[in-house]
Design a protein around this ligand. Structure first.
Ligand SMILES: [Zn+2]
Length: 367
């Protein structure tokens, strides 16, 4: 094959093949390329300015996409330039974006393969080490992130992730319109969010933020108030319901400990029945929720100090819960599940507090 045919097949814009070598045994192709006659625009890789003075000519070897079954290596002739700003610097070549021994399109092929396969699988496919594949993928993603248009941040979400006892919290800022995480910061202080507003957004970008959805964490609210005073703060329904669910639980617990005696047995173990949607209860479960009401209403002595019967308090909660629209029903169950896991030590602590009250209850409570 002639050199001009190799030039066409290789398809590196501005470069021509001036020598080729095929090794049938090793199944490799080696192509030597240099700039085409008209391609003389040299740019400094340090500052990007156009340079005319060449200090040195050298060769660099990179791996390119394979040609059929043949692994392809391109030996490219490059220049070191004398830049008035940076001194002696290599020229900037669009086809070779990194210092690694791979062409841009080879790295793109590896990066694309990584989008749908495990690193080890890609490493085997291309005959590379897994660590090399990871490094290529990282560069590929960085180039992709640099080149893409970033959607404006109009609706932001701020929440934290609990990492464990040592690292504690991580603050996460997301774009709620695109669902994309934008930034992570250590801890969940006011300063954490301040850093995002200060270093990662311009004043113009901040002014574009219309709404911020946060949990009821005071430092976040303070930071939002300082940096984006016009932005509306929205507490998401999950966190509100979590608080509501905690309040319901607290009332239930308080009533439980105030009663004592037989009434306690009626309420014991009913927590999940109370939290479950009425429609999802079977007949036996529904009856066991109703039962305390019937037995209590039969005896007028069941009035609490506030003048309200215990079971009726719970029934009110029950009924109002049922009256919520169906779409709100599920988050309640979720919030309850969440609270259950999170507050179990807290529950133990508070019941300990209540136990101290119990002797007093026992002495003056005649029932
Ligand atoms: Zn320069």
């Amino acid at each position: 094959m002639s050199e001009s045919e190799w030039t066409k097949i290789l398809g590196w814009p501005g470069y021509r093949v001036y020598r080729s070598e095929i090794n049938e045994e090793a199944k490799t192709v080696r192509l030597w390329v240099r700039r085409k006659r008209g391609n003389r625009k040299l740019e400094c890789s340090g500052c990007g300015r156009r340079i005319h003075e060449i200090a040195e000519v050298y060769e660099r070897e990179v791996r390119d996409l394979p040609c059929f079954e043949y692994r392809t290596t391109v030996v490219i002739e490059l220049y070191r330039l004398r830049c008035p700003e940076c001194g002696i610097k290599a020229e900037k070549v669009a086809l070779l974006p990194s210092k690694a021994r791979f062409s841009k399109r080879f790295e793109e092929a590896v990066g694309q393969a990584c989008e749908s396969a495990a690193v080890r699988r890609v490493a085997r496919q291309f005959g590379l080490a897994a660590s090399t594949v990871r490094a290529i993928d990282l560069r590929y993603l960085e180039r992709w992130a640099q080149g893409r248009r970033r959607p404006a941040l109009r609706q932001m979400g701020v929440d934290e992730i609990y990492l464990g006892k040592k690292q504690k919290f991580l603050t996460v800022v997301t774009n709620l319109e695109t669902g994309e995480p934008l930034w992570f910061g250590r801890e969940r202080k006011k300063e954490t969010l301040d850093e995002f507003f200060e270093k990662h957004l311009s004043a113009f970008q901040r002014s574009a933020i219309r709404a911020a959805c946060v949990d009821m964490w005071e430092p976040f609210r303070q930071s939002l108030e300082q940096w984006v005073p016009e932005c509306r703060i929205i507490y998401d329904k999950f966190h509100i319901l979590q608080h509501a669910s905690q309040a319901v639980d607290e009332v239930r617990r308080a009533e439980f400990f105030r009663k004592g005696g037989a009434a306690r047995d009626l309420v014991r173990g009913k927590r999940w029945l109370l939290l479950t949607s009425w429609l999802n209860l079977d007949r036996g479960q529904a009856a066991s929720v109703e039962r305390p009401v019937c037995s209590e209403s039969a005896h007028s002595q069941s009035l609490s100090p506030q003048g309200e019967p215990l079971a009726v308090v719970e029934l009110h909660l029950r009924r109002s819960h049922v009256a919520l629209p169906a779409e709100l029903d599920r988050p309640i169950a979720l919030a309850a599940a969440e609270t259950d896991g999170e507050t179990s030590p807290h529950v133990a602590g508070s019941s300990g507090g209540h136990l101290e009250l119990l002797p007093n209850k026992g002495t003056d409570g005649s029932d």
